[in-house]
Write a protein that binds this ligand. Sequence first.
Ligand SMILES: *Cc1c(COP(=O)(O)O)cnc(C)c1O
Length: 480
Amino acid sequence: MSDVNKTLFRYIPSVDEVLNQPKVVSLLSSIPRSLVLEAVREAIAHIRDEITAGNLKELRDGNFRDLLTGQVVDRTVQNAQKVNRPNLRRVLNLTGVVLHTNLGRAVLAESAIQAINNAASGYTNLELDLNTGKRGSRYAPVENLLTCLTGAEAAMVVNNNAAAVLLALGTLANGKEVIVSRGQLVEIGGSFRIPEVMAQSGARLVEVGTTNKTYPTDYRNAITSETALLLHVHTSNYRIVGFTRETSIAELVALGAEFGLPVMSDLGSGSLVDFKTLGLPGEPTVQQVVKAGSDVVTFSGDKLLGGPQAGIIVGKRKYIDRMKKNPLTRAVRIDKFTVAALEATLREYLEPENALGKIPTLSMLTAGREKLNQRTIDLCEKLRRRAGDKARFNTVETLSATGGGALPTAELPSLAVEVLPLDLSVTELAGMLREEEPAVIGRLQDDRLILDLRTLLPGEDDLLADVITRVLERGGVAAH
Ligand SMILES: *Cc1c(COP(=O)(O)O)cnc(C)c1O
């Protein structure tokens, strides 16, 4: 170690000295002492690392003690403010990915937010039948809505669709065989893989057909006395195109009827509205799959439905009743907030035209080009006026995405603002925007930051402009 380093080490302030500095003392009025202490320790450790790395040579002259203490205090203040913020924070989503799993998937309808608020701030009849005064079912508030909207006989709801699939397979096929097409052995982001879920459920996977072609005869030839279920998985996040043959749900249902076997459909995103009528690629709706004769249908609450995280199961009463009795159901049950938000979301679907305006997921997916373009042009002009000397701003054509493993082939043309910072690299800009309150997440593309306004909520435009201006004004200094 050099002599300079040795000298500097002697002047590093102690934890107590830092805690007594006026700036740090004033932190203690708003930030818990334990967090401030942690911030001091980190700041001291950091200054040690800086000295060891030889980054503090410029301190050669002057009052080492004051200089080092000043640096440790400044870093302590920064650290303390950082650790005092909530860890789960608000994000402005400029990725253009409507159902972004990393950003919490669906944004809820106003009515659903209100319902969660009510459920949180008082007692509810969650498991009390107000007619009889006896114990009720927590599915009751959504069961009728689900059967009414989908045409199914019965319904239940669990924690998420992965749990729904696990529960359905474990109930209907434990220790038995389930036949699936090789073309449908999907993996969903976050390591949900059909073969692995199958193994967990205690069911044995029997793969039939090839990746691109599976005929009804392939299923027929695989049926044995061990077969318990024919499973259809909607390839929600990819499409097999070209030379293909998929056995339809109706064909599976006919086969099931012949052999006395139930047919289950894992729909993944599961929509209650036909996206084809909205100019988007068609997804089979839940109603269509129920009508085709599927005995059990599972789908997510927070994908195309636009509700809370949930795994919805609809189908024939005799199968749903068996699932309700499975002890696993208790382990994957939904909480009162999910019941509240799901009921409110489903009520919006009672009038489908209404749903488009009320459910943010649907509004974003079907956002009119004109309005979106005008918003983007307005933002771009505002940014040019306010921060035109710090970055170049242009409008560019881009494609938004549905995300959440839904509508994989949907192309959603969008106009975006591209930002080319002048004093910062685009990676530095993106990093600084992530640190802001609210955080701003865009898309990095060829040395520019793309801001797709399709996923920016109404009323967030000014806030976004403020955050970007603020960060660009702080500029290169803060980043280095
Ligand atoms: C998304 C998806 C799942 C998992 O649903 P979660 O609600 O995320 O648990 C299962 N199957 C398919 C086909 C999916 O698309």
